[in-house]
Structures are given as structure tokens and as C-alpha cells.
Write a protein that binds this ligand. Structure first.
Ligand SMILES: *Cc1c(COP(=O)(O)O)cnc(C)c1O
Length: 283
């Protein structure tokens, strides 16, 4: 079944009507979230909902629903579509008004849309790892907002894809920030390094769960940017996001990390994460 959420209504995909002057469409003036569904349930739903409201607040969009009602609306959508393994995508824009950069003078209704997608875990990549390409991070300075403005990320991901890579490893000068849609981590001498949750990265929900897993498995964490110059001297490297979970990075700019195989700590973290999401250990 293919229901979509349009403001507070569940409608059929073909019944949704969006304006050519929607500010999301014209300016990218809105924010979004991607929430993973395992066994018909949302994983870390509350954390994603909290971040959705925080992102909205940071750009002064007021979501016209309580968090509890919003949670129920999303859940009803998942149920209506009978999704077992997949994701729900939700976005809200500042609404539709004649095209002027400043906010609407007379307030208009925000536009919320959400839809679901069936999706399988990338188990092959979880074992074999993925390749990344280092690319200068030219995004704006509010990467902490999950904004619809994704041009910096789109261009970086495209360059990575054109070079046969799964993801862009973004850096500002010598400092690695994150991926175009993932967070990045290095492990060296039994310590995990990752960029601190500042305005220069999106603080992933998966990142937060991973940091808890580190504590559980006794892996010390240093929230400090990884140096690009010495990136290949790390023992292990991996990336994370809601849809990818933990993927070992086995190649950077065509050069193998950890001889091109998944590292031990990375594997332990995958197992710890799987325990939390209630999935079978894959390999
Ligand atoms: C969404 C996103 C992530 C990953 O966040 P999760 O909450 O773990 O899915 C990382 N970086 C960027 C730029 C993102 O947009």
C-alpha cells in the first residue's frame, strides 16, 4: 500500500498537491529526517523526533503538532503501508508564498510530507566494506541542521560516485568532518576518534548510539577531528548512518585501510549495534 502523509492527513500518493512556490522547492527552506524501521517498529524514534523539532527550531519553523501527535502520525503511516523493514522519510517546509527570500509576513501553513520505503540492510557492505574519496567540505557552517539544502552534499556524493566510491570523506583543510550523508570514525591504537558534535557536522543518531556502544565494549572515545594528512595511518576506519548502520571503510582514495579488511573493533561495534536494533548478527 502506498499512503503518504500530507500535513495531518494520510492520502494516496496521487492525491498530494504541492505548490510550485513551496519554499522547500524554491529555497530548500525546510528540514527533514530519515527514521529506520525494523520489524515494523521505528528505531530510536524519539531521538529522531527530537532532532526534527530541534532542526525546525534552529531555522524558526514551528511544527504545528505536539511531538506525541507527530509520533502517532508517523506510526500510523508505517502501519498503513505495512512496512516491516525500511525507512520513513519526513520533511517540513516553511510553506507556500509568493517568492520572496524573507519569511512570509502573514504566516502561512507549513507543509509536512512523509512517505515510507522498503529497504534491506546492506549486509554485503557491512562485511566487505566500502570505498571513499576525500573531498573538500564546501557546505555551509550550520551542518548541525538537517536542512533540505543538500547541494554541497549532492555534489560531493556525485564526485565520489563518479570515482567508483560509496561515499565522500569530507574535510575542511586537514580536518575530516563527516561524510556527505554519514558520520566518520577512525580507530588507532585502541582509541576511537570522531569529529565533535559542533556546527560542522550533523550529530547522527547512529553516531550517538555508537558512542554508547563504545562505552559498553570498552573502546575509549576521543571526540576530536581526524587529520587528513595521516588518515591512512589509522588501524580502522568506518562510517555510520540510519540507513547504512556501520560500514567499514576499506579503501580511501584507492588505497587500502587495514589491508582492505573489516577491523576487529569495527566488527565488535557492529555486533553491539545489532544487539540494540534486535537484528541477527550477519557474519
Ligand atoms: C543524516 C546525516 C547523518 C547521519 O545521521 P543519522 O541520524 O545517523 O542517520 C550524517 N551526516 C549528515 C550530513 C546527515 O545528513
Amino acid at each position: 500500500m502506498n499512503w503518504v502523509l500530507w500535513n495531518d492527513r494520510l492520502v494516496k500518493d496521487e492525491d498530494i498537491k504541492l505548490s510550485k512556490e513551496d519554499r522547500g522547492y524554491q529555497f530548500g527552506d525546510g528540514i527533514y529526517e530519515v527514521i529506520r524501521i525494523y520489524n515494523g517498529n521505528m528505531f530510536t524514534a524519539q531521538e529522531h523526533i527530537d532532532r526534527f523539532y530541534e532542526s525546525a527550531d534552529k531555522i524558526k519553523i514551528v511544527i504545528p503538532y505536539t511531538k506525541d501527535l507527530f509520533h502517532k502520525m508517523i506510526y500510523d503511516l508505517i502501519e498503513a503501508n505495512e512496512v516491516t523493514s525500511g525507512q520513513v522519510y519526513v520533511q517540513i517546509t516553511r510553506g507556500a508564498t509568493p517568492r520572496l527570500h524573507h519569511f512570509p509576513i502573514t504566516p502561512v501553513e507549513t507543509v509536512l510530507t512523509a512517505y515510507t520505503k522498503e529497504y534491506k540492510r546492506p549486509v554485503t557492505e557491512m562485511v566487505n566494506g566500502v570505498a571513499v574519496k576525500t573531498i573538500e567540505d564546501i557546505r555551509w557552517l550550520r551542518c548541525d541542521i538537517k536542512s533540505l539544502n543538500l547541494l554541497g552534499s549532492v555534489l560531493a556524493k556525485q564526485e565520489a560516485y563518479e570515482n567508483g566510491c560509496f561515499e565522500a570523506l569530507l574535510h575542511r583543510g586537514d580536518l575530516i568532518t563527516e561524510g556527505s550523508s554519514t558520520n566518520m570514525y577512525a580507530i588507532k591504537d585502541g582509541v576511537l576518534y570522531t569529529h565533535p558534535a559542533t556546527n560542522l557536522i550533523l550529530n547522527g543518531i547512529t553516531r550517538r548510539v555508537i558512542l554508547t556502544c563504545c562505552e559498553e565494549i570498552g573502546l575509549p572515545v576521543v571526540e576530536q577531528p581526524i587529520s587528513l594528512a595521516t588518515v591512512l595511518s589509522n588501524d580502522e576506519f568506518f562510517l555510520s548512518s540510519t540507513t547504512t548502520e556501520i560500514l567499514p571503510v576499506t579503501t580511501i582514495n584507492g588505497i587500502k585501510v587495514n589491508k582492505g579488511i573489516r577491523g576487529e573493533w569495527t566488527h565488535k561495534l557492529q555486533i553491539a549495534l545489532e544487539a540494540k536494533i534486535g537484528q541477527e548478527v550477519h557474519a
